[in-house]
Write a protein that binds this ligand. Structure first.
Ligand code: SF4
Length: 433
């Protein structure tokens, strides 16, 4: 039986969180294993006080976690906080915006943006999509690995992200978008071979829900979830969201590969909050997962095959939610465009057409005055934001001066630091398991 503990925690009170984390670690029986080099992987795809205030692991939560881990490991080595943010924004900037840099005032902590780290290439034995992956050294060269996800909804992976999906953030950027389409669930399961945490402590005090995975709004759930098995952990999280774990493809695939149980009958669930109470609380909370062409908006979206939840279709839905989350006025008044995604069977005879995705084409008559295309399989969020601005004049909320500076000024500096650090290091290919 894999243990999962859910404890009530109505706010980010430091002493309350420390007590919960301390007793959780004891309850899971991992105290003797916490020693040597400890790496923590939080979830900070994007953090910004105005446009992305709720979709990342809160610094207060990490503060409590750090105090407890320091109390156990008792050595002079710094704890490493390792992350690789998304949307082409350098992680170092996200560490600053998430107020993680301040954590160094009270903790012996090394912030380690993965783009700037030394990297290693690993061969995978069970990989279906990836035969090798390139990851930052702290994810591999460690004695104890802690995942500290933020519980939130995510339309790219069937509606929910918890511990397993965190692994997309251990990948070196160039590989991150590889097969990030209809294969995303398989890809995520591949990564468990390297990204298999020893401990999971989830910030679900406030969860982020219902919109874009980065910009969506916070909802108070008031719990901390703790486990050592990522599949059991995510299966419980799925129940909290009202999903059956057997409907989430990446969970099914992870279970099939032997990484953990899906069924509650095989999970030892304990704590001071019942699953039923949490399900009642989340009842009616929209997770936003739906086919992109069913949105009731001014865009006429024509979905073709393949339908890529983890690719163009999902990223388009996420882009639209970003506008809805942070600029509802624009969302209601989007200019009329027909957006085609995938190979669309049928005629398209309209004034303006945007083709999204490298494989996209109209198998039928295409007649239009204005035809634009956004390439990529899939295009990255950053590309969608820029290209919709340049080609359709639609300014998504992330298209703002500070984000542009982060991306196009600080981004290359981060990349350069990483390139310099990896000069002369030959890729060492080892099998992790
Ligand atoms: S380009 Fe085609 S295959 Fe690739 S993500 Fe987009 S819709 Fe899917």
């Amino acid at each position: 039986m894999e243990k999962v503990i859910i404890r009530r925690c109505e706010n980010y009170d430091l002493e309350r969180m420390r007590e919960i984390i301390r007793t959780g670690i004891e309850g899971l029986g991992v105290t003797p294993k916490i020693w040597g080099r400890v790496t923590i992987k939080p979830n900070v795809v994007l953090a910004h006080p105005e446009i992305a205030p709720s979709g990342f692991t809160r610094p207060e939560f990490l503060d409590a976690l750090l105090y407890e881990i320091e109390g156990i490991k008792k050595n002079e080595l710094p704890i490493i906080l390792s992350e690789n943010s998304g949307v082409g924004i350098p992680t170092a900037r996200m560490f600053k915006r998430a107020a993680y840099k301040k954590l160094r005032e009270n903790h012996h902590l090394k912030l380690s943006p993965q783009e700037e780290d030394r990297r290693i290439k690993l061969t995978l034995k069970k990989g279906k999509i990836h035969k090798t992956i390139t990851v930052a050294r702290p994810v591999v060269d460690r004695d104890f690995l802690i995942y500290a996800p933020k519980l939130k909804s995510n339309v790219l992976v069937g509606g929910m992200t918890a511990a397993i999906k965190l692994n997309i953030g251990i990948m070196y950027s160039k590989e991150r978008m590889y097969h990030h389409h209809y294969d995303l669930d398989q890809k995520i399961a591949d990564l468990l071979e390297v990204g298999y945490p020893d401990l999971i402590l989830t910030d679900a005090v406030e969860i982020a829900l219902g919109g874009n995975q980065m910009t969506q709004h916070g909802h108070p759930l008031g719990v901390i979830i703790m486990a050592t098995n990522p599949v059991a952990h995510d299966a419980v999280c799925a129940h909290i969201f009202g999903f059956k774990p057997e409907t989430l493809e990446y969970l099914i695939e992870s279970h099939r590969r032997g990484y953990g149980p899906l069924s509650l009958a095989e999970i030892d669930l304990s704590g001071d909050v019942s699953l039923e109470e949490l399900q009642k609380r989340t009842q009616g909370w929209e997770n936003g997962f739906q086919p992109v062409h069913e949105l009731d908006i001014n865009f006429d979206i024509r979905s073709g095959e393949p339908y890529c939840t983890g690719g163009c279709h999902g990223i388009m839905l996420d882009w639209l939610y970003m506008i809805r989350d942070r600029n509802p006025e624009l969302y209601r008044n989007l200019p009329r465009w027909t957006v085609v995604i995938g190979e669309y069977q049928g005629d398209v005879e309209v004034e303006r057409v945007m083709l999204v995705g490298s494989c996209t084409r109209v198998i039928g008559k295409l007649k239009t005055k204005k035809l634009r295309k956004i390439k990529g399989c899939p295009p990255r969020h950053k590309d969608l934001i820029l290209q919709f601005f340049l080609k359709a004049g639609i300014r998504a909320p992330l298209f703002r001066f500070d984000m542009i500076m982060d991306s196009y000024f600080w981004g290359p500096i981060s990349w350069l630091k990483g390139a310099i650090k990896n000069i002369g290091s030959s890729w060492i290919s080892v099998s992790k398991q």
